[in-house]
Design a protein around this ligand. Structure first.
Ligand SMILES: [Zn+2]
Length: 242
């Protein structure tokens, strides 16, 4: 895997150009955020080893296959390392793909594989794990979460945004890399979550697909505008039909 350092605290591991996971440095080692596709456990551990620290926590932004693919293999290799995901997306890991009655009844998209690993910690808005604060960002999946590093405001945003093929809110169709759009559950919620992330004034935007972007405010604003226009257009079309 390709290793890209953003700072002494944040490293991006990339598989096949566009599939990322992250290592966040803490006093006791690395927090791994997401586990990439299947077959990447050894490469991820090797990446951490080369940077000189063990993996001491595994956090997941959401339960899609390209983020939890190597979870079971990593858990087998590192059985004492705690695993955390949002309480909502944890249900997907068990194969339960039901929606809550309080949620928009929209079809789930993207691959949600069943995992053997039982999370040791279920996360909610505002929780703190080491230096990271949990930000609830539903939309791409019902229980999607992002992580804000409170030391330097680095934002590990999962698939709430993408930078591959252009900076976009997940759910906006980017011809050069349409995967996140095709896998997004609810675009309206995704737009709300994107605004919430912008308001955090992150110093860097680190996403599941694409390069890390420093000082991302202007690009995030533009991406949110495009998403809002797309949604407004779709709504106009629908009211026309009705
Ligand atoms: Zn995803």
């Amino acid at each position: 895997m390709k290793v890209t350092a953003f700072s002494n605290n944040l490293f991006q591991l990339t598989r096949l150009v566009a599939f990322n996971c992250y290592l966040v440095r803490e006093d006791d080692g690395f927090t791994l955020i997401d586990t990439n596709m299947s077959g990447q456990a050894q490469a991820i551990m090797q990446g951490a080893r080369k940077l000189g620290f063990p993996i001491t926590r595994i956090l997941l932004t959401h339960a899609h296959v390209d983020h939890v693919g190597s979870l079971d293999a990593l858990h087998d290799a590192l059985p004492d390392v705690p695993v955390a995901i949002s309480e909502r997306d944890a249900r997907f890991l068990t194969g339960d793909k039901s929606l809550d009655s309080s949620e928009p009844q929209v079809r789930l998209r993207g691959g949600y594989p069943v995992c053997q690993t039982k999370p040791t910690l279920l996360l909610h808005e505002g929780d703190r794990i080491g230096s990271l604060e949990v930000i609830a960002t539903p939309g791409h999946t019902p229980g999607h979460i992002a992580f804000l590093d409170t030391r330097d405001r680095a934002l590990i945003a999962g698939d709430a945004f993408q930078t591959q093929g252009g900076v976009a809110v997940s759910g906006t169709f980017e011809l050069l890399f349409p995967l996140p759009a095709l896998a997004t559950w609810h675009k309206g919620l995704a737009e709300e979550s994107a605004r919430k992330l912008l308001a955090l004034q992150p110093s860097v935007l680190a996403v599941g697909h694409g390069r890390m972007l420093s000082q991302p405010q202007v690009a995030m604003e533009r991406a949110i505008r495009v998403m809002a226009e797309t949604l407004a257009k779709a709504e106009r079309k629908q009211s026309h039909v009705a």
